[in-house]
Each structure stands twice: as C-alpha cells, then as structure tokens.
Design a binder for this molecule. Structure first.
Ligand SMILES: Cc1cc2nc3c(=O)[nH]c(=O)nc-3n(C[C@H](O)[C@H](O)[C@H](O)COP(=O)(O)OP(=O)(O)OC[C@H]3O[C@@H](n4cnc5c(N)ncnc54)[C@H](O)[C@@H]3O)c2cc1C
Length: 283
C-alpha cells in the first residue's frame, strides 16, 4: 500500500471516530453541540488549515495529503468548522511568508481557531483600480502609527475585529514605494464603520473612517514603505482561493478546487509553463 493510501485509511478511521453525525450536511434537529465538538476537534488536529505548519496551529500536511483529506471530508459531507474568510485564505498565507516569528505566533493561531475576524482595507474612494494612488496616511509616532483617511468597499467590516490595511507612510516617495502594510484593531475609538446599503437592501460593504486610529509598530508587516509587495502577494492568495495554503476543514475544500489550482499552475509556469509556449499564448 502506498503512503498516500495508508494516509487515506488513517483519515477515514479518524473521521469515522471524530466527525459526529450532527456535523454532516443533511443532519436535522439541533446540531449546535455537534458542531462545537467538531470545530474543537478540527482545531486540535490542526485541520482547520491543513497545510499550515503545525507550530502555527496548522496540520502540517503536504498538498497530496490535503487533497485526500478534502476528498474524505467531502465523502462524508462534513461541514466546515467555521467560515474561514480573509484570515485563513488571505492574511494567514501572507504572514507565513512576510511576518516576523512574533507576528506569526500572535496572529496565526487565533485565525486557525476562528477567534479573529479580519477585513481588508485596500480600496479608497479615489483609489480602486489605481490602488497605488491610496491616500490614507499613517504617521510614525515612535511605537505606533497614527492613521487618518478612509477606506471603501470593505467587505464584512461591520463584523470584523481586525483589519489588514495598505497605508501611505511616505507621501514624497513614488506612489508604489511609499506604502506600508499594517494590521490594526477595529475596536478602537479612531475607527468608524458605515455600512453601504445596496439596492437589494443588504450591506455587504462598508466605508471605514480613520480619525487618529492607531496601528502598533509591531504590526507593520514587511519593511516600512515596502507594503506594495506584501499587499500584492496577499491578492495572489485571494485569487488562488482555497487552492492555496488556506482552507477550513470541511466540504469547502472541494477536490475540484485542487484540480483547478493545478491547472492554473500549468499555465502560469509553475509546472510545465505552457504560457511560455507561443502557440498556446497566441490562441
Ligand atoms: C464583491 C466585491 C468585494 C470587495 N471587497 C473589498 C474589500 O473587502 N476591501 C477592499 O479594499 N476592496 C474591496 N472591493 C473593491 C475592489 O477591490 C476594487 O478596488 C474596486 O471594485 C475597484 O475600484 P472602483 O470601484 O473604485 O472602480 P474604478 O477604479 O473607479 O473603476 C471603474 C471602472 O473603470 C474601469 N477603469 C478604471 N481605470 C481605467 C483605465 N485606466 N482605463 C480603462 N478603464 C478603467 C474599471 O475597469 C472599472 O470598470 C470589493 C469589490 C467587490 C466587487
């Protein structure tokens, strides 16, 4: 039996023992206790983010193992532990790459446990497609930055307790070179969230206003004024979605998402680089 077949058997046995009926799609009645038990078990196992390193609350699985886990979770129709959102899918993988050891320890584990809800502070009224034109200003005050300005289209800001944001830290530098990537607390006096009501009556987006809001220096990710690089990397994770390092244990990680990610990589050049083939490109 191959290693991966052995791993599949282990996963099957583990799921049979640990995934309660009430945590599977189609379960009826009050499933609250079952879901809590399932969530706690997945967190303990590191399978809310199966491919993150174990020391940061992940499962330490490689891609093939994560694919098997997704298939087996799908087979028994296990529900996801929680909606992972921007923490597992976007910020986490970015911090794994650019965060300091201290930042990883402080922020990644709460993400794997669903304890922090992150929102994305990128777009501004005058900086959408031209994101590098952003004007929200962050002034260096020693141990923190003082932030003034406005973000817009901030999905889920009304429910978030943390934000990752691009801010202007050097107004005199060429626009891509004066931006920094910071993390900040949404529950502070300097932040006001105003939901934008859409024509359908919902408010998925918000305006977020900063009036002397604070981001601690220890929450600067990457180098000062190098935030454009960090911010772009995060957008790659946003686009690759669950084919990346994110994922929250449950049926959301469909085997199809892995297949799509593999196909995309072939064209992007990470595998055989078919995009380099002019015949393919011209078509
Ligand atoms: C569902 C959804 C969720 C979002 N969530 C978030 C979020 O959580 N956080 C966040 O920061 N942002 C979010 N955004 C905003 C998004 O990332 C973009 O910043 C925003 O949609 C584009 O900016 P804008 O609306 O100001 O459009 P504009 O930049 O004003 O563009 C308007 C139109 O003009 C076109 N255009 C612009 N410039 C040019 C040009 N030079 N030449 C030709 N055409 C041009 C664009 O293609 C577009 O069709 C979200 C957007 C959507 C749709």
């Amino acid at each position: 039996m191959s290693d991966i077949d052995g791993f599949r058997n282990e996963v099957r046995d583990w799921l049979a023992e640990h995934c309660p009926e009430g945590a599977r799609s189609g379960a009826s009645g009050d499933t609250g206790d079952a879901m809590k038990q399932w969530r706690d078990t997945l967190i303990e196992q590191g399978w809310t983010v199966p491919m993150w390193p174990k020391e940061y609350g992940g499962g330490g699985l490689d891609r093939a193992q994560a694919r098997v886990l997704a298939e087996e979770l799908g087979r028994i129709r296990a529900r996801p532990a929680f909606m992972g959102g921007m923490g597992t899918g976007m910020l986490g993988p970015t911090l794994l790459e650019y965060g300091t050891e201290e930042q990883k320890k402080r922020h990644l584990i709460p993400i794997t446990r669903g304890e922090t809800r992150w929102c994305q502070g990128y777009s501004e009224p005058g900086a959408g497609s031209d994101l590098a034109g952003l004007q929200t200003k962050a002034v260096d005050k020693g141990d923190h930055f003082l932030i003034n300005g406005q973000k817009i289209w901030t999905s889920g800001a009304q429910f978030a307790n943390r934000m990752f944001a691009l801010v202007r830290t050097d107004p005199d530098a060429p626009k891509h070179e004066g931006i920094s990537f910071v993390l900040l607390d949404m529950e502070q006096p300097g932040i006001t969230v105003k939901p934008i009501r859409t024509i359908g009556g919902n408010s998925p987006f918000n305006e977020v206003f900063f009036d002397d809001a604070i981001a601690q220096k220890e929450d600067l990710v990457g180098e000062l004024n190098q935030g454009w690089t960090v911010g772009k990397r995060l957008l790659q994770h946003e686009r690759s979605g669950q084919g990346g390092l994110g994922g929250v244990g449950g049926t959301r990680q469909s085997p199809r998402s892995f297949a799509l990610a593999d196909t995309a990589k072939q064209y992007r050049g990470e595998k055989d680089g078919r995009i380099e083939d002019t015949a393919v490109r011209d078509r």
